[in-house]
Design a protein around this ligand. Structure first.
Ligand code: FAD
Length: 490
């Protein structure tokens, strides 16, 4: 087994440069080469993130204000789901915890009883991130008192990370990979051959070539598990516009009869797009719907992106690890793709095969990835399945479709008992309650242990949480004002 001293990253989108920055900065004695093609370009979307990115940046010792300035970032406290539960109804899925941790039963049980008694307000009123998002206020509070992520410009982010990787010795090659050379004995990738004939050899290859999956699929045929029967959207159209208001501290996800639309506010513009199922609407009609629902002047031409929802059967195969879109795709409803890139990189750092590629490392990597991705898949499917919408064929299909057994069980458990359990250290925790309730699934019962608390005490308990949040949020600055102080424009 060859020691791994040379890593080759094929592709320079968000995935390629996130991997390059981490590997060059965090592993010493490694020769890292990245190949990218300006002519092919990147997917050019992927501008909303989740709080795990904050921790990734801390790992890389990235200065937050410098990062925000470089990528025109705003803060994000959650996602506003509009028209999802039903037409003209909305809720916010925020990043924080709702209520207070109660050892015996989750907060939702106390809220449920309070609601029955008529003294609980909306579930979201007990979550500081949600209240701050609604009032468009923001500040960083001590001890991660407010969980947040960012909205950012994807192409500027790749440039920013490239700067870090270059400071740490990355070798960058511009041009198209024409051929992937594989060892006839063990099936490992030996080298990548550029169209100009240059050959780049390596011990470990990261496939960051986007949806093409040039190494992992076109060469190594790792296989693809299709999930489009659960997530029928297969197309998107993206367009950038000028801003007509100060940036909100949340992403907007607005449902339509055949999919949904995003609005991502940056410091200097707004990213917009529509995600839809081509089975239920034409590209042209989807484009018109998007254009009818944007605010501000268009800065770019509308661009159609086709995708297939699902996952690679093996994310690491032979000496090739798929990172980013080459590893599969879950639609951007909960902004989880960049998180999955970061997870793959951190997992690779932990399992890094210094002494040579071993099958046990590969199996561990693939098993952990499968657990992570399937939990996120279930969470995203839930938004479509749990809805009162039945006003269009698309929604009729979604609300009546069979869902994975893991999700069916979760929904049944919550509906009948109000119980929710986090499994296998999965990404989403409190979010399950927030979105199930937000989508209109209210449990039939609460945990009987709540009855140990007299009604007056329950009333005081709920009120103290809500009042505490209100007081804190009232003291926070306005989101835009905070950004201008935190990372002032020159
Ligand atoms: P790409 O950006 O496609 O990069 C591929 C790279 O490979 C490019 O540099 C290209 O030049 C190079 N390449 C390919 N073939 C060759 C070759 N033969 N030779 C040389 N170089 C080659 N994620 C989020 O987290 N949040 C979001 O809000 C979000 N929104 C999205 C919206 C849509 C509509 C879509 C489709 C995706 C969204 N994503 C989002 C996902 C996110 O965009 C991607 O995860 C992220 O951009 C990473 O892409 P990538 O680097 O894997 O691929």
């Amino acid at each position: 087994m060859n020691k791994v001293t040379k890593v080759v990253i094929a592709g320079g989108g968000t995935a390629g440069w996130m991997a390059a920055a981490a590997l060059t900065k965090l592993i010493s004695n490694l020769e890292v080469t990245l190949i990218e093609s300006e002519e092919i370009g990147t997917v050019g979307v992927g501008e909303a993130t989740i709080p795990t990115l904050v921790f990734y940046h801390r790992l890389l010792k990235i200065n937050e204000a410098e990062f925000m300035k470089a990528v025109n970032a705003t803060f994000k406290l959650g996602i506003s789901f509009e028209n999802w539960r039903d037409v003209n109804e909305d809720y916010i899925h925020a990043f924080g915890v709702t209520g207070r941790d109660c050892w015996a039963a989750g907060f939702q049980h106390f809220w449920k009883k309070g609601r029955e008694k008529g003294f609980a307000s909306d579930f979201g009123d007990y979550c500081i991130e949600q209240v701050a998002a609604k009032r468009n206020r923001f500040a960083q509070l001590p001890k991660n008192g407010i969980n947040y992520a960012y909205h950012m410009d994807a192409s500027l982010y790749a440039k920013f990370l490239r700067g870090i990787a270059e400071q740490h010795g990355i070798k960058r090659i511009e041009g198209k990979i024409g051929k992937v050379n594989v060892c006839s004995e063990n099936g490992f990738i030996q080298s990548l051959e550029m169209e100009n004939g240059q050959v780049i050899e390596g011990d470990l290859f990261l496939d960051c070539t986007g949806q093409r999956g040039l190494l992992i699929e076109q060469t190594l045929h790792a296989g693809f598990e299709d999930w489009s029967h659960w997530l029928p959207c297969d197309s998107a159209i993206a367009i950038q516009t000028t801003a007509v208001e100060k940036p909100r501290a949340y992403t907007r996800s607005i449902a339509h009869p055949f999919g949904w639309q995003w609005r991502i506010p940056l410091q200097n513009r707004v990213g917009n797009g529509i995600v839809y199922s081509s089975k239920y609407v034409s590209d042209e009609e989807a484009k018109q719907t998007l254009l009818n629902n944007i605010e501000g002047e268009a800065l770019t031409e509308p661009r159609v992106i086709k995708f297939r929802t699902g996952t690679r059967r093996k994310h690491w195969h032979k000496n090739c690890v798929a990172v980013g879109l080459s590893s599969g795709f879950l639609e951007p409803l909960e902004s989880t793709s960049i998180h999955l890139i970061q997870q793959a990189i951190v997992r690779l750092l932990r399992i890094f095969p210094y002494d040579g590629v071993k099958q046990c490392d590969i199996d561990e990597f693939n098993q952990q990835t499968k657990v992570d991705v399937e939990a996120i898949r279930d969470f995203i499917i839930m938004h479509y399945k749990v809805t009162n919408r039945d006003d269009a064929d698309f929604w009729h299909y979604c609300r009546n479709m069979q869902v994975p057994e893991t999700l069916a069980h979760r929904l049944e458990l919550f509906e009948q008992t109000g119980k929710v359990f986090r499994k296998n250290n999965e990404l989403f925790d409190d979010s399950w309650q927030q979105v199930m309730i937000g989508q209109g699934l209210i449990p039939q019962h609460y945990h009987p242990i709540v009855d140990n608390m007299p009604d007056e005490e329950l009333k005081r308990f709920l009120k103290s949480i809500k009042d505490g949040i209100d007081n804190t949020v009232n003291q926070l600055p306005e989101h835009w004002q905070f950004i201008q102080q935190f990372c002032p424009s020159p």
